[in-house]
Design a protein around this ligand. Structure first.
Ligand code: RAM
Length: 350
């Protein structure tokens, strides 16, 4: 975890690169689609605490970690955890899983959306059937869910990445973005804000292209190779996806571009460690995915039990993370992004 710094998050604003707290390594690992709780009836009176996590895709270590955090929370409050999801992060691939969860009559669905709109019909049906819908990591349109658990402000995430690339390339030259899937709500919001930040404060950096690796390792690897071929003057790549940045780092690490073309973005320390150690990557950012899943599970519980409805100003307890408040637009904010580099990466294990 990012430990005690998360307690009492209320009122804390995002200062992405300035976290000075002592950080403790997280021992978060593992995932699974098994039931982790002691039954839907436990812990919450007669509340239906069966909670299903639906990531963008399975097989992504980021979601393995976030969902393990969700499972930990659900075990704490005596609910039932399940994880389901598609293998491909495509806009409609999640629909059938939403429908199945609704038919099963789960208490809540916790979902990271591959598309802001494509899931809305199925989510509407699920909600009409009494399922609480919590988005986390990547939102739907706000009217399609009860709450969004946001990992950090989109502005903070965008600024952190622009600041990193700017430092790494001397604030001038061509850069490209290697994103996740083309419709991903979270990446698209961050990219838009990164473009604004470049235009406002970095006139000598030129964003030449945004390409999409679909949160698939091989596609992301191939798109990296293509970018480097197409733009021989490229100075840097930002990949705001843990899948993309790891694949791009793997490509760069054995190529002639290693140490010459900068790479930053959003990555997990475990996936990026070898590339920081071998000098392919200097620094990158992320938040704690386990805390995000943990918070989303507690938010789902609070909705199921009626402790909150998603109104602005509602507050709830999220176990070891402390107390959180629902903000404007039914959004709950986890905290700040954090920057990993050679000095601190050894302290993290997720
Ligand atoms: C990938 C996914 C996820 C995103 C992270 C940074 O794992 O696209 O949605 O939040 O990267």
């Amino acid at each position: 975890m990012f430990g005690h710094s998360r307690k009492g998050r209320l009122g804390v604003t995002a200062t992405a690169l300035a976290l000075g707290v002592a950080l403790v390594a997280s021992g978060c690992s593992g995932t699974g689609s098994d039931d982790g709780g002691s039954g839907a009836e436990g812990g919450g009176g007669d509340a239906n605490l069966a909670i299903t996590f639906l990531p963008k895709n399975l097989g992504n270590p980021y979601f393995d970690t976030s969902n393990a955090g969700g499972e930990e929370a659900i075990e704490e409050f005596g609910g039932t955890y399940e994880e389901v999801g598609p293998t491909e992060a495509s806009p409609t691939a999640q629909v059938s899983y939403v429908q199945t969860a609704a038919q099963q009559g789960v208490g809540a669905l916790v979902i990271s959306a591959n598309d802001p709109e494509a899931l809305c019909d199925s989510l509407d049906e699920a909600r009409s059937a009494g399922v609480k819908v919590v988005t986390f990591d990547s939102d739907t349109n706000p009217e399609c869910r009860d709450l969004f658990i946001n990992q950090a402000t989109a502005e903070g995430i965008a600024k952190a990445q622009i600041e990193l690339i700017s430092e790494q390339i001397g604030d001038a030259g061509q850069i490209a973005v290697l994103s996740a899937s083309a419709n991903a709500t979270n990446q698209n919001a961050w990219i838009e804000l990164m473009e604004e930040e470049l235009a406002a404060n970095h006139p000598d950096i030129e964003l030449v292209e945004v390409v999409y690796g679909d949160d698939d390792d091989q596609t992301s690897f191939d798109k990296t190779a293509a970018l480097l071929q197409t733009y021989p003057e490229l100075k840097g790549i930002i990949s705001p996806t843990t899948v993309g940045i790891a694949a791009a780092a793997r490509y760069l690490s054995t190529s002639e571009y290693k140490g010459k073309v900068a790479l930053t973005g959003l990555g997990t320390p475990n996936q990026m460690r070898e590339y920081v150690e071998d000098g392919t990557v200097t620094s990158f950012a992320l938040w704690n995915p386990a805390d995000l899943g943990y918070l989303a599970a507690y938010a789902a519980q609070a909705l199921i039990t009626g402790e909150i409805t998603g109104e602005e100003g509602d507050s709830f307890e999220a176990g070891k993370l402390g107390s959180y408040e629902v903000g404007e637009g039914a959004v709950v904010l986890l905290g700040d992004p954090f920057v990993f580099n050679a000095e601190n990466i050894g302290e993290f294990d997720f």
